[in-house]
Design a protein around this ligand. Structure first.
Ligand SMILES: Nc1nc2c(ncn2[C@@H]2O[C@H](COP(=O)(O)OP(=O)(O)OP(=O)(O)O)[C@@H](O)[C@H]2O)c(=O)[nH]1
Ligand SMILES: [Mg+2]
Length: 216
């Protein structure tokens, strides 16, 4: 979902949170949108989302961040969750090796359900628990490099790199979109078509059947 709309904001970007249960997705979301953290948070059931509006390269961007359960049995219908998403934060827990091993499984799910141009960032969460670490930064970096993802270690608890993770995703999405807008403008000027430029960043439609991204 990436629309250019009225005065309230220039763009609306849908970002999905994915990763195993207990890695800290919901706390990353609450840290980013409300600056809150909960040590005893319960597993998410179904889907929740929260928004935050911020500036990216002088544009007002509203990030709509979706959060669902890592546990299969609590998850909402997968295709609806991914529909229209232009960014994904794939989270694992640096103290739980298995959550890192499962990153490839989550990438497969993204490939199956999300748009192929989706911007993905890998986040190794709970970096405050360095003494319990079971995934080295180097291992995560090399996976990220191999899979062409950006990578950061985060701590929802200490509010470390959470802001930066979302800012990086939003910045990357914005750049893809502005590049497409420029290419479309150039195409228009060479073909001589007078006006009405529409740029698709993806083929995915939202619920109302609108295009994923439009720019005038
Ligand atoms: N030490 C530490 N604990 C964290 C951090 N982030 C989350 N937690 C804790 O990890 C547990 C699980 O966090 P959640 O945010 O509920 O995890 P989730 O990924 O949303 O889990 P599901 O909803 O089941 O998929 C909670 O007890 C959190 O307090 C962090 O950065 N550091
Ligand atoms: Mg959750």
């Amino acid at each position: 979902m990436a629309y250019k709309i009225d005065n309230e904001y220039d763009y609306l970007f849908k970002i999905v949170l994915i990763g195993d249960s207990g890695v800290g997705k919901s706390n990353i979301l609450s840290r980013f949108t409300r600056n809150e953290f909960c040590l005893e948070s319960k597993s998410t059931i179904g889907v929740e989302f929260a928004t935050r509006t911020l500036q990216v390269e002088g544009k007002t961007v509203k990030a709509q961040i979706w959060d669902t359960a890592g546990q299969e049995r609590y998850r909402a219908i997968t295709s609806a969750y991914y529909r229209g998403a232009v960014g994904a934060l794939l989270v694992f827990d640096i103290t739980k090796r298995q959550t890192f091993e499962n990153v490839l499984r989550w990438l497969r799910e993204l490939r199956d359900h999300a748009d192929s141009n989706i911007v993905i960032m890998l986040a190794g969460n709970k970096s405050d628990l360095n003494h319990l670490r079971s995934v080295s930064t180097e291992d995560a970096e090399s996976l990220a490099e191999k899979e062409r993802l950006s990578f950061l270690e985060t701590s929802a608890l200490e509010a470390l790199n959470v802001e930066k993770a979302f800012q990086t995703i939003l910045f990357d999405i914005y750049h893809i979109i502005s590049k497409k807008a420029l290419a479309a403008q150039e195409a228009t000027s060479t073909t001589g078509v007078p006006h009405g430029t529409t740029i698709n960043v993806s083929n995915i439609s939202d619920n109302s059947g609108n295009r994923s991204c439009c720019s005038n």
